[in-house]
Design a protein around this ligand. Sequence first.
Ligand SMILES: Nc1ncnc2c1ncn2[C@@H]1O[C@H](COP(=O)(O)OP(=O)(O)O)[C@@H](O)[C@H]1O
Ligand SMILES: [Mg+2]
Length: 280
Amino acid sequence: MIVLDGVSFRYGEDGPDVLRGVDLRLREGEYVALAGHNGCGKSTLLKHLNALLVPTEGTVTVDGLDTRDSSLQRGIRRAVGMVFQNPDHQIVGMTVEEDVAFGPGNLALPPREVRECVREALARVGLEGYESRAPHTLSGGEKRLVSIAGVLAMKPRFIALDEPTAYLDPVSRRRVLDLIVGLHRQGMGILHVTHSIGNIVDADRLVVMERGSIALDDRPEAACAALASGRFPGLEAPPVATLMAELKSLGWGVNPNVLSIREACREIDACLARRPGERP
Ligand SMILES: Nc1ncnc2c1ncn2[C@@H]1O[C@H](COP(=O)(O)OP(=O)(O)O)[C@@H](O)[C@H]1O
Ligand SMILES: [Mg+2]
């Protein structure tokens, strides 16, 4: 559904290439996680998905629509919702209702329909009854959920989230991650930029960027095994993947491509069963 083809991007005429020849395909209903060091171009790539930025070279198409065509950008932005890194920058209303209504209000829908969109979007993020709250009185996690509700109120088919769990406490983080997984189960396509690889075990694919290029694009298990092997210094694999890579390097015949503790236990158990009474 979203296709990046040979995308390069510079912020200024003679600035450096921030994106370099990026090829990426995000299929309908797919959940893709995107990781990489600070400054590698993740946020820049994200902004290409709904025409906030357009490529200097190459093309981005959403359902076949070229993001460079300004007459198509309205439709593209309806299809692809964007949750920015800092929720404070996305809050525009005096109340939660006003805030979440901002997008659908701009679509010239009748007020009753807008209210219905808002009610439904707040219910989807678990904030029923928050309509009249002032955004600045909310916790960081609630603000984040409101900004996601504001995007959902537009009923996009695809949602791009830029580090949606950054600076959240563990309970709020869990809430946001569960929400993302729930949206994916309902068929929404997702691009989730994250610093913490541990957050992405439910994704269909993990993409790792390095200096504006895609360095890895694989299923999470295989991608985490690659991280655990130390291929990308500074990007930490989930502890289970690191444990399995370590066992493998010690000569254990385990499959390192597992991400859950349960699967890891099974692998170790099977390995011990093959060599009873002997430590590999
Ligand atoms: N508005 C901008 N103008 C000029 N350079 C920018 C701008 N935004 C980001 N950059 C530069 O582009 C590079 C990639 O930034 P960004 O996409 O924000 O990376 P990430 O999200 O992976 O941390 C960085 O070197 C950053 O300094
Ligand atoms: Mg960023």
